[in-house]
Design a protein around this ligand. Structure first.
Ligand code: HEM
Length: 434
């Protein structure tokens, strides 16, 4: 059975919105940290600033908004019932927000007590969320490539979390761990096993629906997440103690990168075949994300094949920036610009009965404002990449990142305020009618 959309199952609008409104604030915090630290932030991928920045974006922005989107999407799009959605939301949102602040503070101040607090906070709040969503995904009778990808992504989140908590506990309680090896595996599961597979599962559903493209080819949709999952698992095993088959590692990374680039190319081709040839903001964000994904895959292959690229200290930054600021943040922003106006409209429409007109989706966030934010985000991405070669560019890059995230936040606030205003008016009219 293919999943259909079942809006009766939609959770209250406050469930996803609190995550969506929090995420850009962490993006702004990342920009402020960059501005404060300047070129020192790029000294090495292992500096406390670089690690804090990674988690402000990867957990503060990406994971935060992805949790909100999942709590909305899982019941509506794949018909899976989440246990106690209101309680799970409150608990996850508070735990994740506080846990992220503690983790980032632990990195910035190199503080063992902060890591000692962050580790259990993240383990409990995010662990409970991941298990509850995973159980819901396994209990739904619906089938299809989106569900397969989402189940694998949730497994990826559990692995990322387990390794992240182990690493943070290692810092907190000063336990000797094979830090570098564990960090490689944690980072790969966080960026590929969790974030990429989630974007892929969501893309299968929303690219054809929102951008009016043909569906993804069946074979690709079914086999891509499974192939990536198997390659990532095999690659992780090569890091086990006493083994280090370098040739196998290179082959696995290259095979994964080629598949990932293939997925991005197919998505770009589907977008080119869309039925309405207008260029709307979500299309721009997703197109940019797919181009950045191809660039990241090419760089990953070059890093494996060319020792000069591997030795270059800027390579991990370029890869990290391409994947986080280049792929995931735009893909999420493009999604938010569809989901938020749609949810506003859906919830107001349900309440409106045959009453006054509810504003249409285009009125919720004006398109020109979304396109302006897209330009700011693109500027931030290009400047961040260029700063690897010209470190002083880190200052305008940081300013562009702050401006882009602040603009995104304001666009979401405008839509939320419009929802609140119309909702109030509808409730008032109903009371007057009685
Ligand atoms: C799911 C989202 C996450 C993603 C995408 C992610 C990503 C990453 C990446 C890419 C790195 C390597 C940074 C570099 O090489 O410069 C890293 C390191 C690290 N992560 Fe995460 N992470 C996530 C969640 C977490 C969580 C929840 C925790 C802790 C509770 C955590 C704790 C750590 C620690 C302690 C390190 C540093 C290890 C070291 O310095 O050796 N991460 N993470």
């Amino acid at each position: 059975m293919q999943p259909g959309l079942s809006f009766e199952q939609a959770p209250p609008i406050s469930v996803p919105f609190r995550f969506f409104l929090t995420a850009p604030l962490f993006g702004m915090a990342a920009g402020l940290l960059l501005l404060w630290q300047g070129p020192a932030a790029l000294a090495s991928r292992w500096t406390s600033t670089a690690l804090a920045l990674t988690h402000l974006v990867a957990v503060g922005f990406m994971l935060q908004s992805m949790c909100g989107a999942l709590l909305q999407m899982v019941p509506v799009a794949v018909g899976a019932n989440i246990w106690q959605p209101r309680r799970v939301t409150l608990f996850t949102h508070a735990g994740l927000t506080l846990g992220t602040i503690l983790l980032v503070a632990g990195f910035i101040f190199e503080s063992a007590p902060m890591f000692r607090l962050a580790a259990p906070f993240m383990a409990v709040s995010l662990g409970a969320f991941a298990l509850i969503v995973q159980i819901a995904l396994f209990r739904t009778p619906a089938q299809g490539p989106t569900i397969v990808a989402l189940r694998m992504a949730m497994f990826g989140l559990i692995v990322t979390l387990a390794l992240g908590v182990t690493l943070a506990s290692g810092f907190g309680w000063e336990v000797a761990l094979p830090l570098v090896d564990l960090t490689h595996i944690h980072a790969a599961w966080g960026l590929v096993g969790w974030s990429l597979l989630l974007v892929v599962g969501v893309a299968y559903l929303v690219v054809p629906m929102f951008q009016l493209t043909p569906p993804y080819p069946r074979l690709l949709a079914r086999s891509f997440p499974v192939a990536i999952f198997l390659l990532l698992s095999a690659w992780s095993l090569t890091w086990l103690p006493l083994q280090r088959p370098e040739a196998a590692q290179i082959a696995l990374v290259c095979a994964g990168a080629v598949l990932v680039a293939g997925f991005a190319i197919v998505t770009l081709r589907l977008q080119a075949q869309r039925r309405r040839k207008i260029v709307e903001p979500t299309l721009l964000f997703w197109r940019a994300a797919m181009i950045a994904l191809i660039a990241a895959a090419a760089l990953a292959v070059a890093q494996q094949m060319d020792p000069d690229v591997d030795d270059y200290a800027g390579t991990p930054f370029l890869l990290g920036v391409l994947l986080t600021v280049g792929v995931f943040v735009p893909a999420i922003s493009g999604m938010l610009y569809k989901i938020v106006p749609f949810l506003n409209w859906l919830h107001l429409q349900k309440q409106a009965k045959p009453g006054p007109a509810v504003p249409n989706m285009k009125q919720m966030i004006p398109e020109s404002r979304m396109k302006m934010q897209f330009r700011l985000h693109l500027a931030a991405l290009v400047l961040l990449l260029a700063a690897v070669a010209v470190p002083l560019l880190i200052y305008p890059a940081a300013l562009a990142l702050i401006a882009s995230c602040a603009w995104l936040e304001w666009n979401l606030v405008v839509a939320t305020r419009m929802f609140a205003r119309v909702n109030r008016e509808l409730a008032q009219r109903e009371t007057e009618a009685i």
